[in-house]
Design a protein around this ligand. Sequence first.
Ligand code: ADP
Ligand code: MG
Length: 285
Amino acid sequence: ATPTALLVGTGRGASLGILIRGPQALETSRGIDTVVLDKTGTLTTGEMSVVDVHGGRAVLRAAAAVEAGSQHPIAQAIVRAQEPPMPEVDDFETVDGFGVRGTVRGVPVVVGQEKLLTDSGMPLSDELVAEVDRARDGGGTVVVVGWEGAARGFVKVADQPKETAAQAVSAFKALELRPVLLTGDHESVAQSVAAELGIDEVIAQVTPADKAEQIRHLQEQGRKVAMVGDGVNDAAALAQADLGIAMGTGTDAAMQAADITIMSGDPRKVATAVELSRSTLRTIY
Ligand code: ADP
Ligand code: MG
């Protein structure tokens, strides 16, 4: 039988906008010592906008045409920055965690990380690499655009940390939970967000498939891990974690994989959930 206190705790969570899937999740929260946090949409707003374009209007136009097929926050920012009408795209394809490809007016176009461009036979010139590095300094995600055998330029998009993100990190530390930033984004972008929020441990440039593997790696070191995420890309990691926590502002896939959903998407509520579980269990044991 489930102790009444656990049901009471679950009910209190609900009134705080913290949806707890069954009393078991409260029990699990007890031993957590590490909180792994996805960046985009979890610690940052995920509401991106274009802040820089390099290589002329054709770069933005081609990028927007292809990104029209993607739901990623990066894609939405690029599409918003371009006036319609947009040319139609054939053979649209998403390469998870790397970018998108599609054919615009008969010309194959690639939009995404440098590696995707290089792998697609559209290498960056040394000059462009230097420009990309410069643009990436101080945060913001740089998306490279290429066609006909070469990278042609880039679009830089950026969002902001959520207003409460730094407070959330302080709250984790006060509860002796070690915060870790886990992201598919570039190392320098991850480091700048982590520094701004007070997070010391960063795992960057992780492909969606490797996010769960990184959680397992922490578990093998004896850590009890809560994972907080919002994206389709986070679902496997949420399932792998000892405790999966989804942002209610994110995707259904993340919520389905999670033990707890934070309705408002406020990362401080992750700390509230752990406190709730600790206080609930103190009344039982
Ligand atoms: P995060 O872990 O921060 O939520 P993702 O795993 O979704 O990020 O994406 C990792 C990286 O892959 C992005 O920073 C970007 O460089 C690239 N990327 C992903 N989707 C797209 C897209 N639709 N267009 C361009 N680049 C993309
Ligand atoms: Mg995300």
